[in-house]
Write a protein that binds this ligand. Sequence first.
Ligand code: NDP
Length: 387
Amino acid sequence: MLEGMKILCVLYDDPVTGYPATYARDDLPALPGYPGGQTLPTPSSVDFTPGHLLGSVSGELGLRAFLEAAGHELVVTSDKESEEFERHLADADVVISQPFWPAYLTADRIARAPRLKLAVTAGIGSDHVDLDAAIAHGVTVAEVTYCNSISVAEHVVMSILNLVRNFVPSHQTVLNGGWNIADCVARSYDVEGMHIGTVAAGRIGLAVLKRLAPFDVHLHYTDRHRLRREVEQELGLTFHTSAADMVPHCDVVTVNAPLHPETEGLFDDSLIGSMKRGAYLINTARARIADRDAVVRALQSGRLAGYAGDVWFPQPAPADHPWRTMPHHGMTPHISGSSLSAQARYAAGTREILESFFAGTPIRDEYLIVDGGKLAGTGAHSYAVRG
Ligand code: NDP
């Protein structure tokens, strides 16, 4: 059993009004497991109340009592670019952060962290860690696979409806005291009958397809691995061998692939230019899968009728990031995978990973991205490295 470890945990700030004393709801629904049979996180116990805010600094992912009782040191900060962070990194054994507020573990930083053994993503998507450097330095990278996949899928469906039906500007009309219906409906359509395609049909992408099927739309997907024939038939899916082949057929495209060398910059001027005029693009995967300025140009020219998502680069996005002010967008800060429901799962999953790590027992294969100096588990299936 490992003892005396230093755990550096980077979390987002508390609400501006302070850490909540009460919540809008009293409990969370009990889930039997994840779709497909993967079990929910299985830590020995948890010291937090599911449904409470765990992802901000005062929530501490519910880890302090557990870590201190086991003789470890926990440092929690939201300040991920400061000298203080660098000082703690220099002797940290474990770094934990959420993709919503990522501690960027670049190759330089990993080189300056000689004791680092484990980088935990409290969430899904470990592209904020330089995986090549983690491989080279023997750092294990693990994430809480599936913890917020359904949370994101719900956000994707919401974003599609928001954009196509022109919800946000119509809501703004109400806030402004207005009532010009023509202003609201001049860009409002039905989703029914549209062609909707996902780039990647993994946990999120497939959940999006399943949720959209009852809308009587035509569903398309592309992925490195093809889904089972029964799934394709049940949902009426059209498979395409590449994003380039799929997007010209779609009214709506949603991106649900990890960011890695194969997907970085995928939606550039050329690919977006091949989409139908007036198509919608929803990207809750990672910002750098799309070319920032190509998206702005396409919204200005009308090639895209709307763009939505919650992922930006860098995070937090600077005040002058062009996606804040581009036309016809439905952007939020990076929230889709950090609902209170999701937080309870990834806080428990983080504890499960730490319990395995301290005990020297294997971390679940599905949580592993890098282990033993190579891509492993989910990482080996879904990621690529520069090599
Ligand atoms: P999964 O690992 O279940 O699915 C990822 C899928 O992407 C896999 O099916 C994989 O294919 C596919 N894929 C990888 N590379 C390509 C490629 N070049 N072209 C097409 N498909 C590809 O992950 P999730 O669905 O749970 O999550 C996906 C991503 O969503 C995460 O990596 C993360 O970046 C993002 N995310 C965002 C969140 C948010 O809050 N906005 C929260 C959670 C995740 P295969 O395995 O068949 O090779």
